[in-house]
Design a protein around this ligand. Structure first.
Ligand SMILES: Nc1ncnc2c1ncn2[C@@H]1O[C@H](COP(=O)(O)OP(=O)(O)OP(=O)(O)O)[C@@H](O)[C@H]1O
Length: 404
């Protein structure tokens, strides 16, 4: 199972420019989380901070008990071995064929022999559907194939945390859909902790277990997908429903045509009302995602603390067996309450035999509390400046000292 990433009170500035402040969230082990936000809100800076390439001024990033913001270079180097990163452009070497590109981290950072390298590379190429393309150069293949090659390269060192920097950038909707399915399938196979940075509403609505959103120097929310997908927080609602009306200005987001097309896909064709699209499942023949059961236990344990609309959506996804297991009765029509409950739905403790089957649970990544109506949220002030994204990223600079 992947490892938990705990971020506490993280703040990052460049000179006088505050990128974000006081970011607190937990990426639960093995789950898929998505980080959203308009351009320039510091999503890439956040990814770089997680692997210790950038040093936030305040706060902690704790992985396996190590705070990577303050640990020694040696410890940081060890922790980085846990990460795999899919770069926006795949970051492939143009003069190397796909096999050599994917083999590169193994040759650079391990002492594996060529036959073992071949075995690992072909295994990962098979996982991403690239068998047969070993001899191709990056310039000879499509953008989608380049992404998959970049993903195979991110997988060769068997990472426990995978960061995806805008995996859908430059892909058409069909290729994005294939890549999203591949991400879910990979999660089912390797059970690593995934964090995806994206602008794509379809990806945000169908792939993750948890969603977070950065806006105007703050983490507006982070929590289970149902919480954000039913949120009435203006910036979250606007972003996730692709609406033009709202706090996010055009200078901060995509063009109107793209937003309208995405919105049309997401609305009920008869009522025009946005609805929650079911989360993607792993393809037939693959194991069920272990994270699904873990997440359900975690979310059901804290159900009573969530917004009623999120509670409704979560309860809707339960099978009859799960309803029995979590002691959820039939819903009273129109009341939003369940029989015997006067307040929000609260999951009952599981019977002892069920508790024994549930692995130890991490602390819940609590949704950022919604501000009271009389409080103006910090992200409601001013506008972000827009600056070009830092281009190519190199995350690992040195040789690994041992085999993995
Ligand atoms: N090394 C750096 N030095 C100074 N400023 C930087 C550095 N890296 C990033 N920035 C600034 O941080 C801000 C956030 O950049 P970042 O690339 O993280 O945004 P983003 O949310 O990922 O954007 P996009 O969605 O367009 O990729 C930008 O204003 C950028 O210019």
């Amino acid at each position: 199972m992947g490892v938990e990433v705990v971020v506490e009170g993280l703040s990052k500035s460049f000179g006088p420019q505050t990128i974000w402040r006081d970011v607190t969230l937990t990426l639960p082990p093995g789950e898929i989380s998505v980080l959203l936000g308009p351009s320039g809100t510091g999503k890439s800076v956040f990814l770089k901070s997680l692997v210790g390439l950038l040093k936030p001024e305040q706060g902690r990033v704790v992985i396996n008990g190590v705070d990577i913001c303050t640990c020694s270079e040696h410890k940081l180097y060890e922790i980085r071995k846990l990460f795999g990163v899919l770069f926006q452009d795949g970051a492939l070497f143009g003069s190397m064929n796909l096999f050599d590109n994917i083999a590169f981290p193994l040759r650079e950072h391990t002492r594996k022999g060529e036959s073992e390298i071949r075995r690992v590379v072909l295994e990962k190429m098979e996982m991403v559907g690239l068998i047969g393309a070993e001899e191709k150069l990056p310039g000879e293949i499509s953008g989608g194939m380049r992404k998959r090659a970049g993903l195979a390269r991110a997988l060769v060192l068997d990472p426990e945390i995978i960061l995806f920097d805008e995996p859908d950038s430059g892909l058409d909707p069909v290729r994005t859909a294939y890549l999203n399915q591949l991400i879910v399938d990979l999660n089912a196979q390797i059970d690593a902790t995934f964090l995806i940075v994206t602008h794509d509403i379809g990806t945000a609505r169908t792939v993750p277990d948890n969603i977070g959103m950065l806006f105007r120097r703050n983490l507006v929310m982070f929590g289970p997908r149902e919480v954000l997908l039913t949120s009435t927080e203006p910036v979250v609602e606007q972003f996730l429903n692709g609406r033009r009306q709202g706090p996010i200005g055009m200078s901060e987001e995509k063009d109107a045509g793209q937003a309208a097309a995405e919105l049309a896909e997401l609305r009920d064709s008869e009522t025009g009302v946005p609805h929650i699209i079911p989360q993607l499942e792993a393809s037939a023949g693959l194991p069920l995602r272990a994270a699904v059961r873990r997440r359900k236990d975690r979310v059901m344990r804290d159900l009573g603390s969530l917004d009623p609309s999120a509670q409704q959506e979560i309860v809707k996804t339960l099978t009859p067996d799960e309803r029995a297991r979590y002691r959820i009765g039939a819903q009273e029509p129109g009341t939003g309450a369940w029989p015997g409950q006067t307040g929000p739905v609260a999951a009952q403790p599981m019977p002892p035999q069920d508790v024994a089957q549930v692995p130890p649970q991490p602390p819940r990544p609590s949704p950022t509390p919604r501000p009271r109506q009389d409080q103006r949220p910090p992200w409601a002030e001013g506008h972000e400046s827009e600056e070009p994204v830092a281009a190519r990223r190199r995350w690992f600079g040195r040789k690994r000292d041992g085999d993995r």
